[in-house]
Structures are given as structure tokens and as C-alpha cells.
Design a protein around this ligand. Structure first.
Ligand SMILES: Nc1nc2c(ncn2[C@@H]2O[C@H](COP(=O)(O)OP(=O)(O)OP(=O)(O)O)[C@@H](O)[C@H]2O)c(=O)[nH]1
Length: 388
């Protein structure tokens, strides 16, 4: 068994809705692999696990590489661990490891510390269109093994391929899976393990919404971002606002009011429109990217609602939903937005400073921690040992 160090990215030109190279996630030919962020921080790792053909690679390709869902029909089975560096705005930096379905982690040949040690979240994908009893057994063994190694991991179960299911069947599958999985953990004495469940499909926005929630749990600054969005909403009569990572369309934060799926979908569609129109009409010869500080968009819906998008930085956009009447005070909204953008920059700067200081302290005082983080080289060794 070997692992592949970073994904062979699908060439961006192949996909009609793809971004140019300098706009995308992941690593491209010629770039260096680096499991550290530019500030020297160890990137959290997200593991994608589940049985064969459950849909792991499809999820990763659709969310982070703009592959259209239909193209995933032609994906070949993964036979190595595929690592993908997601290296975008400073809030969205992590590595995704896509595991082949046939790997058995309970097998003693694998060092669980190398796999689960630096892991932030473990996504276990269950194909709900198939008989999922084996998947539930594997979920149990994977989660318990991971928890024994690293109790800080967030466990996320994607009840996947729910397209074509009615609301009742979706709820029933979720109830069954939730009940069986949690009961088996409690019976085994692991009642402290918390599993989060998400109904997902690559054929609609549910996969982006679920990934948004996974990523948000890995952003320590989330409460600060939510607070800033709440303040912006209150002072600008905005009903709902999302801070989007433009490339993947996952939202890294929203205000404290509940998310309704329709609003999220509308905002995602708006991002698509803005990016597409920008790339058709907005790119000048001397420009690399069409999404810049002047990017903004306003869409009036026929129900008296307005969608308003503003660029926050190269990779982030704020998308707000508000009543048309309240948009009469556009000047105030724009002024408040500038204050919001400045505050976000300050959060970035503070985070970078803290990380640099922490790294200096770690280098000085904790060689063990560094050892634990140096997963790449060691991992290669360990997984190659399997071959021998
Ligand atoms: N209907 C439906 N099919 C899906 C969905 N996601 C993935 N698939 C299909 O499931 C099949 C397997 O997808 P893969 O992404 O290759 O599965 P995998 O888990 O990576 O498989 P291994 O690499 O063998 O472990 C493909 O034909 C996909 O098109 C979904 O949300 N709905």
C-alpha cells in the first residue's frame, strides 16, 4: 500500500464551471506540498472514509474541484490514500485525505497515530442506496479506533446519495442509522463519542451545506465571525448573511439565525452567476482574477427580497439577504460593510500573529509535538511497510 502525495488535480480547463489555476483549491503541478499553512500552522486534516463506492472521491471532486456530479460516474476506484491540500483564505486551510474503501484500519499494520493523530474531523460516508449494515459495522470500528487515538476528532457521518429519496424516507434512514450507530457505541461503553449526521447528495446543495458545517467546526475564530455578522445584520437591517468561500461555495460562517436551505441555495447560485459573468466580461489582459475588491452584485427577487454580494478578500464574499425596502439605505449598508471587512482583516492578522507565536514556542519547547505533526514522511514509510 502506498499513498499519493497530493492529488493529481483534474485540469481546470476540463470543467466548464471551473476557476482558473490561480483561483482554485488544491495543489497543481510544480507547487510544493506543504502540510503547514503560510503562517507555519499545522493544517487540520479531514479524513474521508467509508466503504468502497460510497462516494468519497465524488464528494471531494464536486466540492473542491468543481467536477460536475455526472462526471463522477467515470471516477475510478481509489487504491491509494489521496491527499489534497485545501489552501485558500487563511480561514479555510486544511488537508483532505481520501481513503480507499478497502482499507481496514483495525488491521494492526496501520499505525493509528499517523492516521488519526493530527486529524481534525473524520467524515464517514454511508451509501444509503445500498444495504448499509456493513457500513455501520465499519463506522463503529473506525470511530472507536480513532477516538482511542485522538479524542478531539469531530465525527461526521454523511448519509449519502439521498437524491431521489422523499422527505419521509430520508428521515427514516437518518433515524435508523442514528439509532443503530449511537446504540452500538453506547453498548461498547463509548457513550462520550458524539456523532453528527448529515443527509447529503452531490446532485444538490446538501453536500456543500454539510461540508460547510464540518469546516466551520475547524475554524477557532467562528464565534468572532458570527458575532461580526450579527452586528452587521442588526445595524444594516439585513435578514441573513453568509460569509462564503467563493471557490467551493461552502460558507465559513453565518449569523446566529437558523439557516434555511433555500436561502443558502439562492446565495450559492448568486456566486455562480457573479463568477461566470466576471470571467466572461470582467477579465482584462493585465488581470489574473476577475473577482477583486470591486466585485459586487445586486439581485432583486420578485418577492420583495434583495440579494447583495460584496467581495471581502480574494477568496471570501459576503452574501446578504434583505427586504427591498431596507435596501433604500444602501449607503449605510456599504459603510457598515467596510467596517465589517476591516474587522475581518483584523481577525486574520490576530490569528496569524498568534500562530506565529505558538509556532515559535513549539519549536523551542516541544520536539515531541513536532514529531507528531510530521505525518507525511512517516506516513509514507508506514504505508509502504504494508507493501513489504
Ligand atoms: N446517486 C448518487 N450517486 C453518487 C453520489 N455520490 C457519488 N455517487 C456515485 O457513486 C459511485 C462511486 O463514487 P466514488 O466517489 O468513486 O466512491 P468512493 O467511495 O471514492 O469509492 P472507492 O474509491 O472505491 O473507495 C460513482 O458512480 C458516483 O457517481 C450521490 O450523491 N448520489
Amino acid at each position: 500500500m502506498s499513498y499519493q502525495d497530493d492529488e493529481e488535480s483534474v485540469p481546470y480547463d476540463d470543467h466548464p464551471n471551473s476557476f482558473p489555476k490561480n483561483f482554485g483549491y488544491g495543489q497543481y503541478e510544480g507547487e510544493q506540498d506543504n502540510s503547514l499553512s503560510p503562517t507555519g500552522e499545522q493544517k487540520p486534516r479531514i479524513l474521508l472514509m467509508g466503504l468502497r463506492r460510497s462516494g468519497k472521491s465524488s464528494i471531494q471532486k464536486v466540492v473542491f474541484h468543481k467536477m460536475s456530479p455526472n462526471e463522477t460516474l467515470f471516477l475510478e476506484s481509489t487504491n491509494k490514500i489521496v491527499k489534497d491540500n485545501i489552501n485558500n483564505s487563511s480561514f479555510v486551510q486544511f488537508q483532505i485525505w481520501d481513503f480507499p474503501g478497502q482499507i481496514d484500519f483495525v488491521d494492526s499494520a496501520f499505525d493509528p497515530h499517523m492516521i488519526f493523530g493530527g486529524c481534525g474531523a473524520l467524515i464517514f460516508v454511508i451509501d444509503v442506496q445500498d444495504d448499509y449494515s456493513d457500513a455501520l459495522l465499519q463506522l463503529h470500528s473506525t470511530v472507536t479506533q480513532a477516538y482511542k487515538t485522538n479524542s478531539n476528532i469531530k465525527f461526521e457521518v454523511f448519509i449519502h446519495k439521498v437524491d431521489g429519496f422523499g422527505d419521509d424516507s430520508k428521515m427514516e434512514s437518518q433515524r435508523n442509522i442514528h439509532q443503530t450507530a449511537t446504540e452500538s457505541l453506547i453498548d461498547a461503553g463509548y457513550d462520550q463519542i458524539h456523532l453528527s449526521f448529515h443527509l447529503t447528495s452531490i446532485y444538490d446543495h446538501s453536500i456543500f451545506e454539510a461540508f460547510s458545517k464540518v469546516v466551520q467546526k475547524l475554524i477557532p475564530q467562528l464565534p468572532a465571525l458570527e458575532n461580526l455578522l450579527d452586528i452587521l445584520n442588526t445595524n444594516s437591517a439585513i435578514e441573513k448573511s453568509f460569509l462564503f468561500d467563493v471557490v467551493s461555495k461552502i460558507y465559513i460562517a453565518t449569523d446566529s439565525t437558523p439557516v434555511d436551505m433555500q436561502s443558502y441555495e439562492l446565495c450559492c447560485d448568486m456566486i455562480d452567476v457573479v463568477i461566470d459573468v466576471s470571467y466572461i466580461y470582467g477579465v482584462r489582459e493585465d488581470q489574473e482574477a476577475a473577482f477583486d475588491e470591486k466585485s459586487s452584485s445586486l439581485i432583486k427577487l420578485n418577492n420583495g427580497t434583495v440579494l447583495y454580494l460584496r467581495e471581502v478578500n480574494k477568496f471570501l464574499a459576503l452574501v446578504c439577504i434583505l427586504r427591498e425596502d431596507n435596501f433604500e439605505h444602501k449607503g449605510i449598508i456599504d459603510y457598515n460593510f467596510l467596517c465589517f471587512r476591516k474587522a475581518i482583516q483584523q481577525v486574520f492578522e490576530l490569528r496569524n500573529k498568534t500562530n506565529q507565536m505558538l509556532n515559535m514556542c513549539n519549536v523551542a519547547s516541544s520536539p515531541i509535538m513536532n514529531g507528531n505533526n510530521l505525518v507525511d514522511d512517516n506516513n509514507e514509510e508506514i504505508l509502504n511497510d504494508e507493501d513489504n
